[in-house]
Design a protein around this ligand. Sequence first.
Ligand SMILES: *Cc1c(COP(=O)(O)O)cnc(C)c1O
Length: 431
Amino acid sequence: MSEFTSESSTRTEFTVQGIPVSAIAAEHGTPCYVYDGAELAARMRAVRTALYPGLEVFYSLKANPNISICALLHENGARAEVSSLAELHTALRAGVAPEDILFLGPGKSEAELRACLETGIHAIICESFGELDRISALAAESGVTARVVLRVNPDFAVKGSGLTMGGKPRQFGIDAAQLFEAEPLTRAHVRLIGVQVYMGTRILAEEPIAENTRRILDLAQRLARHHRFELELVDIGGGLGVAYFEKETDLDLDVLAGLLNPLLEKFAADHPGTRLVMELGRYLTATAGLYVTRVEYVKTSNGERFAVTDGGTNHHMAAVGIGSFVKRNFPMRVLGAAEDAATEPWNVTGPLCTPNDTIGKKVALPAVEPGDLIGVLRSGAYGPSASPVHFLSHGHPAEVLVHEGRAHLIREADGVEDLLGKQRLLIDKTH
Ligand SMILES: *Cc1c(COP(=O)(O)O)cnc(C)c1O
């Protein structure tokens, strides 16, 4: 994504691979998400170039479940980590081989577990003793042996992340202490093959990632010894963040590599043949996405300016920000405004009938007029799929992927029938 000032005017065109976003908005309508395929590929390439080559990158589809996003990342070397039936089939249809898929999640249904066994994915990441029993029973029914990775709720947590998981009562994984107290786990139709730990999301410090990894590798070895299985896979989690807000800085991949690679190299030397896995969602997709809305109205209220747009938190809940005290804004632009235009504070709000539908509070923007496009940058992760898209019945927005210099619609916007078609009218007075 880039901005350039054209010679003939004071406007700065905002483009993706040379295509003006205004043209994409005109063709596909607003609100919409625009993704830069080159950026997605570059993120994968950067990770694979910087980090230990034996480390396999699994894309966590929950960050952005669009099948074309998944396929593009896969084309650039990503495997898949899925957490629902539809995510599993998304990965398969996107071309990911079953042996490069892991299924994870605290509440897997029988149908989901059966699908894991039937499709022959590499492993189920098991999150409780009860689930282990269920996996074994279902595998027995199907006459197969299930490959299972134990998800561990570790007894350590190294700070430096937005949301830490370790060392707390959690529905995720099995407490490390319980695993060490238990007798060696044996289930007739289960083969334990590995250990997974996920420490949290939005981690923006390199050292805690390396320190967590060091502890996870150690924990995995001790658990495998205790439960007497061969360590065929260690999933060190991920949760690498991107900077959204003021005073945040992006991770430095080279610094991370400097800390992480020696640990992974040493482990790999001691355990040849063990698959080493990192799970990444946000880190791969966030920077590639732009949420584009059109300003419907501008107004003032009690001395503050409001730009009321056609899309809001129904598509981009994350932009509500975190931290209840001061609202922190995602990076935002008036697309097409001159780069040196004077700015003033604007509240950017959406179409919902709730004051919470505020995408930006007192954002410094140039003068805004109805018809202008406002773009929210770094919006490629946890967008519509993590937002209340049905609130006020607006539905899912269109998604456009710019791939090799062309804009492709990769998801149609919902229309009225998409929203009404699944409802049943009980009292029909129309005939
Ligand atoms: C959500 C989640 C991910 C992806 O997290 P990001 O911060 O988007 O990279 C990976 N693994 C697990 C277990 C998760 O719950």
